[in-house]
Every structure is written in C-alpha cells, then in structure tokens.
Ligand binder design. Structure first.
Ligand code: NAP
Length: 466
C-alpha cells in the first residue's frame, strides 16, 4: 500500500465531490487510514462545478464505493440519493454517500464528528446550557448535536437575528424525529448577537460556528469579555489559524478550548467507518490528526548527526528563524528520567537508553508540529528509529569530518561514549564511530548538509532552502 504502483484492478475508489476541492484535507485523512489499516482503497478529489446529479450517477456506474460531498452540493445532492439518514434529514445537508444496492445512501457526519471531537475532550452536552455562535450551515450540525445529546437549553446567537429564528424553528420542528425516545429535545432560544446579555449567566459550553477568525483582523461576534466568563469550555469550528480570536479570548481567562480540526478529523473517520465497516482505533486517529496539523500549521525538521555536528545550535537558530518550536531528544529524556545521559548509561546501560529514545520518537511522531527536533547521536542505529524519524518530519543529517568533530568535542566531558585517555585515542575513536555510523545516518536522512567551514546562519539558510 502507499505507492501509486500498488494500484491494481481490484483497488477500490473513494472520493470527494465539490467545488473548489483544491485545498481539501480529506485525501490526507482517508488515504492515511487506508494505508495504516492495510485497505486497498484510494481517495481522490473530484471537482464538480454544476451538475451534481450527473456526477453522482456517473460515480455510481463507475463503481465508486463512497463519496464525501462538500460546498456547494451538500443540499442539492439529497435529490439524487436512494435513501437519507434521519440526522442528515434534520440537518438538511448530506456530506457522505454510502453505496448500497439501489444507489447511494446519504449521511451527515459533521454532527457526530463534532460529538466525537467534544467527547475526546471529555465534554458532554447532556443537561448543559449550550451557547452556539452563528446560524449558518455549520451551526445546524451543532444545534442538532445539542438537541440529540439532550442539552438543557441552547442559545443560538447570530449577527442576523432572522436567520437564527428560522434555524431554531426548523430544528425544533425536526427534533422529535431525531431524538426518538432517547432524549427529550432541549429548547433553542434564538437571539441577535447584540442581545447577548439575555443569556442566563450559568456555566455553559460555547460552540463558535461563525466564519469569524478565518481572516486576518477578524474580531469576535460578541466583544464583551464578561460574556465569556460563563464558558466552561469552548469549541471553535474554525481551525485555521490554529489559535482563533475566540480561543485567544477564552485562553486569556484560562478556559479550556479547542479548534475545529478534530471535528474535521472525526467527520472523516465516521465516513470511513460507514464505507468500510471498520472501527478506526484512537491511536490511528491521533496519527491522522498530527499529519493534518503538520500540513496546516507546519512540518517538522529532524536534525541527526554525530556528536559535535551542531544539531542543538543549528536547531535553535533554525527554530528562531522560522518561528518554530525547538526540542532536543536528549534533553527530553534527561527531564523525563530526572538524571543525566551519563547517569543513564552508567546505571542502566546503553540498551535502556536506546529504548527511551524509541519511546520518545513514538511520542513525537504523534504530537510534534512545526518543531525543529535535535536528536541524540546514536538514534539512527535502530532501524525502527530510522522509520520513526522519517515519520516525524524531514530528516537532515548534519555531517562533519572526523577532524572537525574532534575539534568541537574534545573539551566536552558530558559525552559518555567519548571517554578516552588521550587526544590521539579520542581521534581514533571518533574516526571509527563515524565510519561505523555513516551508513545509518545516510539511510535515515532525506538530506545531508556538510557543516565543515560553514557558519550557523549559512546552515540555517541551506535547510530553509533560502
Ligand atoms: P455560512 O453558512 O456561510 O455561515 C456563516 C456564519 O458566520 C453565519 O452565522 C454568519 O452570520 C456568520 N458571519 C460571517 N461573517 C460574519 C461577520 N463579519 N460578523 C458576524 N458574523 C459573521 O458558513 P458555515 O458553513 O456555517 O461555516 C462557518 C464556519 O465553520 C466556517 O469558518 C467553516 O470553515 C467552519 N466549519 C468547520 C467545520 C469543521 O469540520 N471544523 C465544518 C463546517 C464548517 P450571518 O447569518 O449574520 O451572515
């Protein structure tokens, strides 16, 4: 799986129809899941400008197993389907088509996607006062979720009050059908944004569904700080930038909050589960999320190389130049173990230290975003580590000659593998270790940068491609 050459006559096709589809994250979500779960499926974007009916009919005849639908076809596509799920009927929009014998069945995975995103944070809307900001398409999923989960009261605030009133009336009418016997539908109270003072000052869950935050200089629907004090938790459907104005406001009052990337992730995962019948494990969900974050907020650089090659100095300078975070695996291990690398080597042995490195790389491969990571000199020795390093980001081997390395490390007493009686012995040891480790550095690296005779600034520019 993974390579284009692996596509065969039995490879199944999934896809997205919409316009535009140029910036979609969906192929990344679905192709990562297929790759990791060993499914012979490929997900492709299909730009469909107008005739969505013809596109869906054609897709069915082409044997396409499942489709996502995005703007502007989420409502129009409903007329082309053999069946529509209740939740999608209530929301009035379909974003997922599942192939059946009679045609495609339509679902809306935005609503359960938001539900799973909140659950990931331990948030339930049951019995809660929920404040929804915005009354556009995305607010429908939030309203439907709050109703289905049995929120006590739902305050729907919008710049244009009529739109909030219309949505509240429509949702209330359909709520019984969706809630069935599971929960009594809550109450939706539509308000103009300017009427925010009418929301009772009870602890609330805030869900930000306006488009505010997408553009530089965007403000908030409601600017009054006081209004946000009643929030116990806030979820912003906007996910780019990573920290939205709404989140900045809540964070300034120490109120926990998240952006909408997890909703995007879970609407995709739920669609995938509907298409294939599999259950996507939590660890894989984390991995997909990390890939999405890296695509949106910045890839990582991993610096490898022998002691004294400049990983830390170059790494810090690179991080500063590119407004990235900086991490050092040795420093992280020392902090986690609360002792020095030398002590770990002396008390637990090299193998135990290498295990710690592998665990650290596993953690970084699921969490690091927009970060420069300097790694320990021997980290590349394990094949598993070499795979993990590539998974984390672009791996750059900072190489240095034995002479330059000797010059840089001879005064340093913190490196247990370099303990030697004399300078000649040290030189011989460096030469031998560089020879032995060279192939492993080469196998791990995406790029090699020779550091002899180069200033830090020059190396940073070379890495940045400037
Ligand atoms: P929409 O149907 O166009 O609705 C836009 C909403 O934003 C309306 O409530 C609108 O108020 C409000 N709004 C826009 N500009 C405003 C301004 N300058 N001041 C005050 N209010 C303003 O859009 P949508 O489909 O609901 O999408 C809204 C946001 O959710 C988008 O940013 C989208 O990217 C995001 N979203 C995220 C996910 C996810 O998976 N995370 C899923 C769907 C959508 P009026 O009614 O007064 O115009």
């Amino acid at each position: 799986m993974g390579k284009i050459q692996d596509i065969t006559g039995t490879t199944g096709v999934l896809g997205l129809i919409g316009n535009p589809v140029r910036h979609t994250m969906s192929p990344l979500i679905h192709n990562t899941i297929s790759e990791e779960m060993g499914k012979d499926l490929r997900y492709l974007p299909f730009p469909v400008e107008e005739d969505v009916t013809a596109a869906v009919k054609g897709a069915y005849h082409l044997g396409i197993l499942g489709l996502n639908v995005t703007v502007p076809h989420k409502t129009a596509v409903m007329g082309t389907l053999s069946e529509i799920d209740d939740a999608a009927k209530m929301i009035g929009a379909v974003n997922t088509l599942v192939r059946t014998e009679r045609g495609y069945k339509g679902y809306n995975t935005d609503m359960p996607g938001l539900g799973r995103a909140l659950k990931r944070r331990g948030i339930s809307l049951k019995g809660q006062q929920v404040v929804i900001l915005g009354a556009g398409g995305a607010s429908r999923a939030a309203c439907a979720l709050a109703l289905t989960e049995g929120a006590k009261e739902i305050y729907l605030l919008n710049r244009t009050k009529e739109r909030a009133e219309k949505l509240a009336a429509e949702m209330t009418e359909k709520a019984d059908a969706l809630a069935g016997e599971k929960a009594a539908p809550g109450r939706i109270i539509p308000l103009a944004a300017s009427e925010y003072a009418r929301v009772p000052r009870n602890p609330s869950i805030f869900i930000q569904c306006t488009a505010l935050g997408l553009h530089e200089g965007d403000g908030l629907l409601i600017e009054d700080d006081n209004f946000y004090h009643m929030a116990e938790y806030g979820y912003d459907l906007v996910y780019n930038p990573a920290v939205t104005p709404f989140m900045r406001k809540l964070e300034s009052f120490m109120i926990p909050c998240d952006n909408g990337l997890t909703m995007l992730l879970y609407q995709g995962i739920i669609a995938y589960e509907l298409w294939t019948g599999v259950s996507v494990p939590d660890e894989l969900a984390d991995k997909v999320l990390n890939r999405m974050e890296r695509r949106l907020y910045g890839e990582n650089y991993v610096l490898t190389g022998y002691m004294g090659c400049g990983k830390s100095t170059v790494g810090k300078a690179l991080a500063e130049a590119r407004s990235m975070a900086f991490l050092d695996t040795d420093a992280m291990i020392e902090e986690a173990e609360d002792c020095s690398i030398r002590e770990i080597f002396e008390e637990q042995g090299e193998e135990a230290f290498r295990d710690m490195e592998t665990e650290m790389l596993k953690r970084l491969s699921a969490t690091a975003v927009n970060t420069v990571i300097a790694t320990g000199g021997g980290i590349v020795l394990r094949p598993e580590n070499r795979r993990l390093l590539k998974e984390i980001g672009q791996v750059i081997w900072l190489s240095a000659s034995p002479e330059e390395t000797l010059h840089r490390v001879k005064e340093d007493t913190g490196r247990p593998l370099l303990d030697s009686a004399s300078e000649a012995e040290l030189a011989e040891k460096i030469e031998r270790m560089l020879r032995e480790r060279g192939p492993a550095y080469g196998a791990a690296a995406d790029r090699v940068i020779h550091t002899d005779g180069r200033e830090i600034a020059e190396i940073v520019k070379l890495i940045s491609g400037e």
